[in-house]
Ligand binder design. Structure first.
Ligand SMILES: [Zn+2]
Length: 308
């Protein structure tokens, strides 16, 4: 989610910051010293592990790297795709160093975009990747935005399938049309199918990128067991929310959780960006499967024990 919600979040941050500042000022008046405003706690990602062209080369396995934000690079036996890459140009302060810049990317078979919010669809990043990317895939709405800037893009409905090399991709539903709740955000009425997730079957196992969404019980809790889950545990009303994220995690108790949508944007009071892996670990079955990856750190996909 973005724009108005972030504006609301930032107003909240500004309010809280000014409150904290007033208290600091009162303290410093008493002591006669000027104290710096104390920054609120926010969980931060481990130090970035930069990578280069070798991550895009031939491979006998499927490797996943978190890119920061909700972005991932998948290299499945030499076929490469990125999901929701934001590698430059974000409009808020960030907490991480990017593991790679668009101009360092040698080749991508595809870029997959779950929805149009700018923490997922980065115009700057996609333009930067365009010269080396064979195809961009998203919803019909985001496809129209990408076509407007000349990208070789394809739009899909929910349930559609397409292939990227050996990776079979199915477009899964999401519930994230937050704009409609804030009159004035957009002239447009946003539709549920403007946002999506991706179910990616690779030769080495299945990866699920559910995208930003509120919980859809008869979808998110009823999939076959994936072998890796791009896991957004943001405690936001427009996302799963922490408790519902736990329900999803526990519906697939052996699935590795590759954390995302946390630790990247400097926004300690804004719930879509301020998730804390330590809270998550206390709540889920089998917390050892939480992968607090550093941006750029490789994760090797392996089939997990299926419970259903
Ligand atoms: Zn988001």
């Amino acid at each position: 989610m973005k724009i108005q919600s972030i504006a609301i979040g930032m107003a909240l941050i500004a309010g809280l910051t000014s409150l904290g500042h007033a208290q600091t000022t009162a303290d410093s008046t008493r002591s006669g010293l000027t104290k710096p405003t104390e920054k609120k706690y926010q969980a931060k990602a481990p130090k970035t592990q930069p990578f280069g062209a070798a991550a895009f080369g031939p491979s006998k396995q499927t490797t996943v790297r978190w890119l920061g934000f909700a972005g991932f690079l998948v290299n499945s036996r030499g076929t490469t795709l990125m999901v929701d890459p934001v590698l430059e140009g974000f409009d808020m302060p960030v907490l991480i160093d990017m593991p790679i810049s668009p101009k360092e990317v040698p080749h991508l078979d595809a870029v997959l975009i779950t929805h149009g919010d700018n923490d997922h669809y980065s115009v700057s990043t996609t333009k930067g990747l365009a010269p080396v990317t064979r195809a961009f895939h998203s919803t019909l709405y985001v496809d129209s935005l990408m076509k407007n800037i000349g990208l070789p893009s394809f739009g899909h409905g929910i349930g559609d399938q397409f292939s990227v090399g050996p990776v079979r991709v199915m477009v899964t539903p999401a519930d994230h049309a937050w704009q409609n709740a804030y009159p004035g955000t957009s002239q447009r009425l946003f539709k549920p199918e403007d946002c999506a997730g991706f179910w990616m079957e690779t030769p080495d196992g299945t990866i699920w990128a559910p995208g930003d969404s509120r919980l859809i019980e008869d979808h998110h809790l009823t999939r076959p067991t994936p072998d890796a889950l791009f896991f957004d545990f943001s405690d936001s009303e427009w996302h799963f929310g922490l408790q519902n994220a736990v329900k999803i995690a526990n519906a697939y108790p052996n699935t590795p959780l590759l954390l995302c949508h946390w630790g990247s944007v400097d926004a300690p009071d804004f719930t879509p960006f301020n998730g804390d892996p330590k809270q998550l670990a206390k709540l889920i079955i089998n917390p050892g499967r939480i992968h607090v990856l550093a941006p750029g750190e490789p994760f090797t996909l392996k089939p997990v024990k299926k419970s259903k």
